[in-house]
Design a protein around this ligand. Structure first.
Ligand SMILES: O=P(O)(O)OC[C@H]1O[C@H](O[C@H]2O[C@H](CO)[C@@H](O)[C@H](O)[C@H]2O)[C@H](O)[C@@H](O)[C@@H]1O
Length: 267
């Protein structure tokens, strides 16, 4: 069944909720892709729209990402003193104490740290040396092999070798994202972290925007009638609605902000 963008009525209802959580993924949603993972930036104006939403008394805002927390801080430009919650490493890290506490059971253990160190050295030996064009990103709980911009067969070969590395280690989660393969020792997921934040703020309605497989964990958990889950781009999804691309996200956030401000004034 094809799914559409949320209607004006759907957005109006969410904007008028007594307490609204707006959670959004980063890469491919707020920020367009680039072959260099550190060269990306949110579309102009989007962070200010999120700040304006977060300034409304009935709205809570979170940026949720596979990026580690430090990188997410850098790329969003959000400081610790801001009202927007950051959730990084697919839910394993957060600027919110409530989310960190809720995710404690999923924390990385000393055994996981050892596995991560082994993964790093195996990826260096088996992927970097055989596929010098592939990018390697080191995160606090994962190693990511990047193949964006490489010829198809070169990228496929690097990803296949990275999968072989994962198979050599117990307890490694393999996440296939867009032109990336992530080998992770984290037990967290975005859905658990976002729903924990929703409980903490007492959200009566929750909006979630995401573009990748890891966002499906959030879409699958957010099935209340008041929830507005939005897949950005093509591909099968558990989300209720779809938007084409990052500019469409920027427009939706602007409209949501306008409606939530009006609901606040009226309310
Ligand atoms: O959860 P997200 O915010 O969507 O982060 C997912 C991954 O994003 C990054 O990779 C993606 O963006 C890169 C920069 O545009 C691009 O080169 C890559 O092909 C994309 O998959 C990031 O580097 C990963 O660590 C994140 O897990």
């Amino acid at each position: 069944m094809s799914i559409e963008a949320p209607s004006a009525e759907v957005l109006e209802r969410a904007a008028a909720a007594s307490s609204l959580l707006v959670a959004t993924d980063f890469d491919g949603v707020l920020a367009p892709f680039d072959s260099d993972p550190m060269r990306v930036a949110p579309l102009p104006g989007t962070m200010d729209t999120l700040r304006a939403l977060a300034a409304l008394p009935h709205v809570h805002v979170a940026v949720v990402s596979g990026r580690d927390l430090e990188t997410l801080r850098t790329l969003t430009g959000l400081g610790d003193d801001e009202a927007i919650v950051l959730i990084g490493s697919h839910g394993a890290e957060s600027s919110s104490a409530a989310v960190r506490e809720a995710m404690e059971a999923a924390a990385v253990t000393p055994d996981d740290e050892r596995t991560l160190a082994e993964l790093r050295s195996d990826i260096e030996a088996l992927v970097r040396q055989s596929h010098p064009g592939a990018g390697i990103e080191y995160k606090s709980a994962a190693v990511v092999v990047h193949v964006r911009g490489l010829p198809r067969e070169v990228g496929d070969a690097a990803i296949a070798d990275a999968r072989r590395v994962a198979l050599d280690h117990a307890g490694v989660k393999v996440l296939k994202g867009k032109s990336v393969l992530e080998l992770s020792v984290s037990h967290a997921d975005k859905g658990s972290a976002v729903t924990a934040l929703g409980r903490h703020v007492g959200a009566a309605a929750r909006v979630y925007l995401g573009d990748d497989v890891t966002d499906e964990d959030a879409f699958m958990r957010m099935t209340r009638p008041e929830d507005v889950t939005i897949k950005v781009g093509t591909g099968s999804t558990a989300a209720r609605y779809r938007l084409d691309d990052e500019p469409a996200v920027a427009e939706l956030l602007t409209e949501l902000c306008r409606l939530a401000s009006a609901a606040h004034v009226a309310g």
